[in-house]
Write a protein that binds this ligand. Structure first.
Ligand code: FMN
Length: 368
C-alpha cells in the first residue's frame, strides 16, 4: 500500500491509495471551483498518492450536477490551476476527471433545457426525460471538447485526466445498447458502440501529446454492467477492456459499489468482476479497484487480490486522515462512520454535507 508506483506514462506516485472521484456540488454557478472545495481537497490530499477530482464537464451541454465545475472553456484554466496546485501542494498527484452527462443531465443545467444522448431513449428512472439524438457533427464536436478539456488540464498543471466512461454518463451511453440505438457508424454493432469511447481516447491522447512532452496520465473509468435490458453485459465489458488494453492507457478504473462484487446480471456467477477483468487484462494495463473500503482490513483484503491500486470514496469523507492513520499504525483509530456533528472538522462543503445528511443510507452515520 505504501510503496511508490509508476504509471506506464512515467508519472510516479508515492503510494497506491487514491481518492476516488467525488462530486461535491460546491462549485460556483459560472463553473469555477470555490474556496470551500479547495479546503475540502486540501484536507484530503495529504495522505493519498493520487487524487482524482470530481467530474468536470467538457461542454455546457454535458453539465450533470448543480455546483459542478467546468473544464469547458479557456476561461476555466485559472480555476483548474487553483485545484491542481491545492492538491499537489499537499503531496498528491492530481488527476482531473472529465465528462459529459448526456441524458443524465438535469434539463435546467444545460443550454435551452435540451438534453442530448446517443439516441432519443430516456433512462429507466422516475421522471427521466427523453434526450435528443446527437447529430454526427455534434458527436465530432463533443469528441473535440474532450480533447480541449485535456489540454486545459495540462495547462492547469494536472498530472493526468480520467475519462469518465462509467456511471451511466455519455461515454457509457454510447457503449450501451440501451441508450445507443443508432444505425449509423456510431451505433448498432458492438464495434460501432465502441467507436465513441475510442474516438474520445484518441482525441485526448492527441491533445495531450500536442500540449506537453512530460509524462501525463490518461485513465479510463467504466461501469462493468447495466441492469437494463438491453444493457451492458460482462461479455460486452470484457471486449471493451480487451480493446482498452491496446490504447496505451495508464489505467482502467472500475466503478463498483463493492470491491469484490460479482455479476448483477448473472446471479449464478460468483466470480468477482474484478477477477474476471484482471484475468482479461492480464497485466497489460494497471487496474484501479474501488468499493466499500472502510476499515484497514477491507484495504488489506483488496490488495490481496493482486490489484495494484485502490481508490476510496465514502471513507475519505468520513475520515480524511485514513492514510496517515494506516501509515502510522493507528488502524484502530480509523473512523468508519460519519460523525453527523463534525462537518467543520471534516471540512465538507455545505452542498455535499446536506446531500449526505438528507439521503439516509448513502453513508454510514455514527449514532449520537
Ligand atoms: C459523494 C459522492 C460523489 C461521487 N461522484 C463521482 C464522480 O464525480 N465521478 C465518479 O466517477 N464517481 C463518483 N462517485 C463514485 C465514487 O467514485 C466511488 O466509485 C463509489 O463511491 C464507490 O466507492 P466507495 O465505496 O469507496 O465510496 C461518487 C461517490 C460519492 C459518495
Amino acid at each position: 500500500m505504501f510503496s511508490s508506483y509508476t504509471f506506464p506514462s512515467g508519472v510516479e506516485v508515492k503510494n497506491r491509495v487514491i481518492m476516488a472521484p467525488m462530486t461535491n456540488f460546491g462549485s460556483h454557478d459560472d463553473g469555477t471551483v470555490s474556496e470551500k472545495e479547495l479546503s475540502y481537497y486540501r484536507k484530503r490530499a495529504g495522505g493519498v498518492g493520487t487524487v482524482i477530482t470530481a467530474c468536470a464537464f467538457v461542454t455546457p451541454s454535458g453539465k450533470g450536477f448543480q455546483g459542478e465545475f467546468g473544464a469547458h472553456d479557456d476561461s476555466m484554466i485559472d480555476s483548474l490551476k487553483s485545484l491542481a496546485s491545492t492538491i499537489k501542494g499537499e503531496g498528491a498527484k492530481a488527476i482531473l476527471q472529465i465528462f459529459h452527462g448526456g441524458r443524465m443531465c438535469p434539463p435546467e443545467l444545460v443550454p435551452n433545457g435540451e438534453i442530448v444522448s446517443a439516441s432519443a431513449v430516456p433512462a429507466e428512472r422516475e421522471g427521466a426525460q427523453t434526450p435528443r439524438e446527437l447529430m454526427e457533427d455534434e458527436i465530432e464536436s463533443i469528441i473535440q471538447d474532450f480533447g480541449h478539456a485535456a489540454r486545459r488540464a495540462v495547462e492547469a498543471g494536472f498530472d493526468g485526466v480520467e475519462l469518465h466512461g462509467a456511471n451511466t454518463f455519455l461515454i457509457q451511453q454510447f457503449f450501451s445498447p440501451h441508450s445507443n440505438r443508432r444505425s449509423d457508424k456510431w451505433g448498432g454493432t458492438l464495434e460501432n458502440r465502441l467507436r465513441f469511447p475510442l474516438a474520445v481516447i484518441e482525441e485526448v491522447k492527441k491533445a495531450v501529446n500536442k500540449a506537453t512532452n512530460a509524462p501525463f496520465i490518461i485513465g479510463y473509468r467504466l461501469s462493468p454492467e447495466e441492469r437494463e435490458n438491453p444493457g451492458i453485459t460482462m461479455e460486452d465489458t470484457l471486449t471493451l477492456v480487451d480493446v482498452l488494453t491496446n490504447q496505451e492507457l495508464d489505467y482502467i478504473h472500475l466503478s463498483l459499489g463493492e470491491f469484490f462484487q460479482s455479476s448483477m446480471r448473472d446471479k449464478e456467477s460468483t466470480t468477482p468482476i474484478i477477477e474476471m477483468i484482471r484475468e482479461k487484462v492480464n497485466g497489460r494495463t494497471p487496474i484501479i479497484g474501488v468499493g466499500s473500503i472502510y476499515a484497514a482490513e477491507d484495504a488489506k483484503k483488496a490488495f490481496s487480490s493482486g490489484i495494484p491500486l485502490i481508490a476510496l470514496g465514502h471513507e475519505l469523507i468520513i475520515d480524511p486522515q485514513w492514510v496517515q492513520k494506516m501509515e502510522s499504525g493507528r488502524e484502530n483509530d480509523i473512523e468508519t462512520e460519519l460523525d453527523p456533528t463534525a462537518q467543520e472538522q471534516l471540512v465538507v462543503p455545505d452542498s455535499l454535507w446536506n446531500a449526505i445528511i438528507n439521503s439516509p443510507g448513502w453513508f454510514p452515520i455514527k449514532k449520537q
